[in-house]
Design a protein around this ligand. Structure first.
Ligand code: SF4
Length: 446
């Protein structure tokens, strides 16, 4: 049983090391180029007849590029280039479906990017038509990430006719001075307008992505953003800390790093968002999601069936996730496989009729064991840790968390205190044998 905890306390030493977000284990930092299309063929061949399968389609284009963005995306300013990409994505749909030969039952179709609404609605229609032709997916739940700035009535109608029931809007902040500082200007009215169109399209679950740790952001800015966002009543929130890594993401060089909140201020902002949303009636889900109690993800959290995959926390139970498009990652029990990141190389593979798998990692039974422990810790706040050869070393690494009352052991069962939520990723990292060497590639745990 997870113990009730006190409020979040700031322990800077426990957050000093950057850690992954653990949307997979091993993480993408461990991917190598010793895997390729043959691994994808092998993994697809092992999908069972009626096995639940999730699809993810990546659209690496946006109408406007935000300065803070860490996604694999580029400007959608050349219609011919986008059209060619859509054509190749359709070809990949057919290639993968041919390998499955009717096996697998698609339960989820998730569109992300970039911004799927950088396409024109007719392109989305055509791809959805192709997916429904290629896969058994009659009852699949369809979700789409959207840039509210380009979301017009044509797109709302497109979502409705394609039976999309979930949408996620990139909101980030409503403070105009911060919007200017991060290169994403979108008035409150634009978001309200997008919400009205989504509701008219009968979207059942709408998520707002919000950020803290932005340049010039203070508690009052965050409070105002949360109040405005709450007045629009989305079913879900995802609240992310901004990760400033301009050495990896050159577009972030436009952000004035001198105006970024320091670690203690970031922690206070994360705590503020957590309290504010919880007090407004949203259930905390994992370490950075929130949902109204009747939402599917909140029900999954209550029933102990919450999962974590490349899209974050989810109630999706599929063990097979097939990523389609440039840079998309597929997850199978035995391997994580990523497509060519660059759209040009992705085109070349598909033009030759080949799968575009370029990087990844095969997962050993030991990796899968660690993956299950990390997922359990992040989703349920507790994990059974028997069978780990280095458990005593791991326990020693976690002693500093135990001493502060953030976790406890019941035999080989690890239990996180509620107050450990901001430290959950750091605790998970103790089970990750790769971490010591590559901390600089990740973001602050808060
Ligand atoms: S709209 Fe979203 S995906 Fe596109 S650049 Fe902005 S943050 Fe990145």
């Amino acid at each position: 049983m997870r113990r009730e905890g006190a409020m979040w306390t700031y322990h800077p030493d426990l957050l000093a090391t950057a850690v992954p977000r653990y949307t997979s284990f091993p993480t993408a930092a461990e991917f190598g180029d010793d895997v390729g299309p043959a691994d994808m063929e092998h993994a697809l061949a092992r999908v069972h007849e009626d096995e639940p399968v999730s699809l993810y389609l990546h659209i690496p284009y946006c109408h406007e590029i935000c300065w803070y963005c860490g996604c694999n995306t580029g400007a959608a300013n050349r219609a011919a280039r986008v059209a060619t990409y859509v054509q190749r994505l359709g070809e990949e749909v057919d290639l993968v479906a041919a390998r499955l030969a009717g096996r697998g039952r698609v339960t989820r179709i998730a569109w992300g990017g970039g911004s799927p609404n950088a396409l024109v609605p007719a392109q989305f229609d055509a791809l959805m038509h192709r997916i429904r032709d290629a896969f058994a997916c009659t009852h699949a739940t369809v979700s789409v990430e959207l840039d509210p700035r380009g979301f017009d009535w044509g797109w709302a109608e497109c979502l409705a006719r394609n039976r999309v029931t979930r949408a996620s809007l990139g909101v980030q902040t409503f403070a105009p001075h911060i919007q200017h500082a991060i290169g994403r200007v979108q008035p409150v009215e634009a978001i309200a307008c997008a919400m009205g169109r989504l509701r008219a399209a009968r979207i059942e679950s709408i998520n707002f992505d919000l950020m803290y740790g932005l340049p010039g952001q203070f508690a009052a800015d965050l409070e105002e953003t949360l109040d405005i966002a709450l007045s629009m009543r989305p079913e879900r929130f995802a609240v992310f800390g901004y990760a400033h890594v301009p050495h990896l993401l050159p577009r972030q060089r436009r952000i004035d790093a001198t105006r970024l909140p320091g670690p203690a201020a970031r922690f206070a902002l994360a705590r503020q968002a957590h309290r504010h949303l919880r007090d407004a009636g949203y259930d905390p889900i994992g370490f950075d999601h929130f949902a109204v109690p009747q939402d599917a993800i909140a029900r999954a959290a209550r029933s102990g069936t919450l999962r974590r995959n490349f899209q974050g926390f989810t109630e999706d139970q599929s063990e097979v996730l097939i990523g389609l498009g440039a840079s998309a990652v597929s997850a199978f029990p035995g391997a994580l496989l990523q497509n060519e990141k660059r759209a040009g190389r992705y085109h070349l593979c598909l033009a030759k009729g080949r799968l575009a798998t370029a990087r990844g990692i095969r997962r050993s039974p030991g990796d899968r064991r660690r993956s299950a422990i990390i997922e359990a810790l992040l989703c349920r706040g507790e994990a059974e840790c028997t069978g780990l050869s280095d458990l005593s070393d791991t326990r020693a690494r976690l002693a500093c968390f135990e001493e502060r009352g953030l976790l406890a052991w019941a035999g080989t069962r690890l239990l996180l205190d509620r107050s450990a939520l901001p430290y959950a990723r750091a605790v998970a990292a103790a089970f990750d044998p790769w971490r010591a060497a590559s901390a600089a590639r990740f973001s602050s745990a808060v």
